[in-house]
Design a protein around this ligand. Structure first.
Ligand SMILES: [Zn+2]
Length: 417
């Protein structure tokens, strides 16, 4: 999840590229990509549609008004999901963690409600999926297997009972933190208060493994990544992160962690967030951030602030990330962690800007075509699309079956450490 998107630029780019349809049909790499995605489900790790619906300017929280059968103002609708050959989607049920004690659990339940009502509204196209078998069955039936992923461990409010109730409502991953450090885990973009996971944080991971809820390490500090890998009894995921070696950004995964994935069995779902895939964009955002702090200090007049910011951006145009850079990150994760440990986690509808060539959910096949041109085999493209994630999910399910025979639900509380 990133700040709200704006679509003027997006529509322009689509208008410019829509004339390329005839040429695309004779592109052998794209034909190969499309064939691969017909034979294996493309499983995307992160899409913020539920938050987009909640925050809609015209009809907030109104699932019916945000009509996916028509062309939406965001990155996602049914026609573009079909063009993008999306086979399964983790719908993020994100809750901001910035405001302390703001009723995280209530907002979390409301986001379950929005996501579940969205899935239920289009039964011919979407189906709730709770298991790896559900994903494969729905893919064969031609419906998009719809999974729920929670983003930010603040939503459990330091309670393992709450965590278990979320599993029963259908959540199949929890990103251990969002951008705020918790009582039990450090966030990547906040202060490192614990140096990783506390003892209660380790118990959260153990309990997730016992239930079969995937441990998502996007957004956490390298210390938490390392501690989670130490304690995890099942493969972990990074639902939307890219490679730190290519773009120095706190949200990306360092090589030292990538190197540990073969032993753990987990997967990095490479994300399209421009500042995570392009160093130029990351650097620009850093300077833009400093500039906006300077403007805030300079004046409290919001109209004047806006004018100054617009003038700065006009004088310092935002650079753009590209599809080729996303492919570079995928190639890097493959090189360091191996072809069995890489997947896709777009963050569509969670980002304001998109890479050129990856403007919305209809564009996944173009990314696979780029990798086909780079020499990826069909078998490897199938692993990237969904094969790797399905292996991870099945392993987590098998671990849960075993652990449920070995131990009872944890009664630990955060005070007992
Ligand atoms: Zn996020």
């Amino acid at each position: 999840m990133h700040p709200v998107h704006r679509c003027g630029v997006l529509l322009l780019v689509l208008a410019l590229t829509s004339g390329a349809g005839a040429a695309a049909q004779s592109d052998p790499a794209l034909e190969r990509a499309r064939k691969v995605l017909r034979s294996a489900p493309l499983i995307d790790g992160h899409n913020d549609l539920a938050w987009t619906i909640r925050e809609s300017k015209t009809a907030p929280r109104d699932v019916a008004a945000y009509d996916l059968r028509g062309r939406t103002s965001g990155h996602t609708d049914l026609e573009r999901l079909k063009a993008g050959q999306v086979g399964a989607q983790f719908w993020s049920i994100y809750v901001p963690g910035e405001v302390k004690d703001s009723g995280y659990a209530r907002i979390q339940l409301e986001q379950f409600d929005i996501a579940l009502r969205t899935i239920a509204r289009y039964p011919d196209r979407l189906a709730l999926a709770l298991t790896a078998a559900d994903i494969e069955r729905e893919f064969k039936r031609g419906r998009i297997a719809s999974l729920l992923g929670m983003e930010g461990g603040h939503v459990i409010e330091n309670s393992l009972g709450t965590l278990r109730a979320y599993y029963d409502l259908g959540a199949r991953y929890l990103t251990l933190t969002h951008n705020v450090t918790l009582d039990w885990a450090d966030a990547a973009l906040d202060s490192a208060r614990h140096g990783g996971l506390t003892e209660f944080g380790r118990e959260v991971v153990r309990e997730m493994n016992r239930m079969g809820m995937l441990v998502d390490l996007s957004h956490v500090s390298p210390g938490v990544m390392s501690d989670a890998l130490d304690v995890a009894e099942a493969p972990v995921i990074f639902s939307h992160s890219s490679a730190r070696a290519l773009t120095e950004h706190g949200r990306n995964v360092p090589d030292s962690i990538l190197q540990r994935l073969p032993k753990n069995g987990g997967v990095v779902m490479v994300t399209f967030v421009p500042a995570f895939v392009s160093q130029e964009v990351a650097d620009w955002e850093k300077v833009a951030d400093q500039e906006s702090k300077r403007v805030e200090a300079q004046t409290s007049d919001t109209v004047e602030r806006r004018r100054l910011s617009d003038a700065w951006v006009a004088a310092h145009p935002r650079p753009q990330a590209t599809l080729a850079q996303v492919a570079n990150h995928i190639d890097h994760v493959r090189k360091v962690a191996g072809v069995d440990h890489v997947a896709i986690g777009s963050d569509f509808d969670g980002i304001e800007h998109t890479p050129v060539g990856l403007e919305d959910v209809s564009r996944f096949p173009q990314l696979f075509a780029e990798l086909a041109r780079r020499g990826w085999s069909d078998a490897d493209l199938r692993k990237l699309a969904g094969g790797n994630f399905l292996r991870v999910f099945r392993a987590a399910e098998a671990t849960a079956t075993r652990l449920q025979r070995e131990r009872q639900p944890s009664t630990r509380t955060i005070g007992c450490e």
